[in-house]
Design a protein around this ligand. Sequence first.
Ligand SMILES: Cc1ncc(COP(=O)(O)O)c(C=O)c1O
Length: 387
Amino acid sequence: MAFEFLSADIAQQKQRARYRVRQCVAEQNGRYVKIDNKSYLNFSSNDYLGLNHHKDINQALVVGAERFGTCASGSSLITGYSYAHQALENDICDWLNQPKCLLFASGFSANNALMHALGHESCQLYLDKLSHASLIDGALASKAKVKRFLHNDTAQLQRFLTKNTKSSDNDAIELNKVIVSEGVFSMDGDQADVESLSKLSQQHNALLYLDDAHSIGVIGNKGQGSSSIADIDIIMGTFGKSIATSGAFVACNELLADYLVNFSRHYIYSTAISPALAWATKKSIEIIQRDHWRREKITELSQLLATKLSSSVQLIKNSSSIHAIVIGDELNTLNVCQKLREKGIWLSAIRPPTVPNNSSRLRVTITSSHEIKDINYLANCINEVIT
Ligand SMILES: Cc1ncc(COP(=O)(O)O)c(C=O)c1O
């Protein structure tokens, strides 16, 4: 039969307890989610700062739609680049102290675009082992040499950087090096050692590229993410998580931005993001810089969770919104999720290949919309179900 691999791969996925289905959400915010007519406490949302449904952002969306339209009606190099996009880019540059910023349709696309642009044959890309799929795919599809260092192992990275300095084809040519990492790791919630990465990049004349999808808004006194910790050459941030809109940005120097405008296929051959959404995103970033209480609440609730969980629960401790509880086996993890669901808690099971084999987990996200009683209830339920 033609295309037999489709059904064979699905059957194998089911057999390994890795089969995935979508759930249609009727309503959600950073605290609750309604599915199949039942309301659950939501601990799977990336709306870390509770800004989805914020009335000022909604209003900016309406104003943006009336002024600029819902659609860019073209790619950025034709007629898609509007005042709304430019104003948003300028705000991001000021926020992160970067000379230039470009907007992309998604974080996936932005990461792919940058790995492609920096993936010239004269380049060597050094990626943290736990880098997002969009970084790995982009790097492996590029012309660059790719080396992956053990998660957060800056000593190994230093050895790699010291060892590979010349192009293998021509000994006279110095390799162009790029260090690539996430600021806060999506599935473990731990942070990169941004200071050490920045120092290493300076010592080895490398560029530092950070994917701040999960740091932006949450880390730093104004939510600047990794930029609040050290100098970073290139920052990618998504709008679809703490910023609560959709799309992504890359902030970098003028030369790289110019290069992307001229050579990035992801940028050139794609419709610019909705200008109405760009206008709403601008408002969201204004709120993020101002509302310190949202970040403070995440820290306070995260500490509470760590103290309330029983010592036999394998929690990866950290100071972000993401708290991973490693269970190991796929089937066990699904069972735990189901038991929590019966208690009114929505948590997704994260299984391979999203995480390494035997490290299936609950990925708990704490948002500023949660209350102390929600965390106490979650911890009690997890203690009961896991131990
Ligand atoms: C670390 C990381 N980078 C990039 C992305 C992709 O961002 P987007 O959802 O905007 O495509 C994600 C989202 O899942 C992510 O977790």
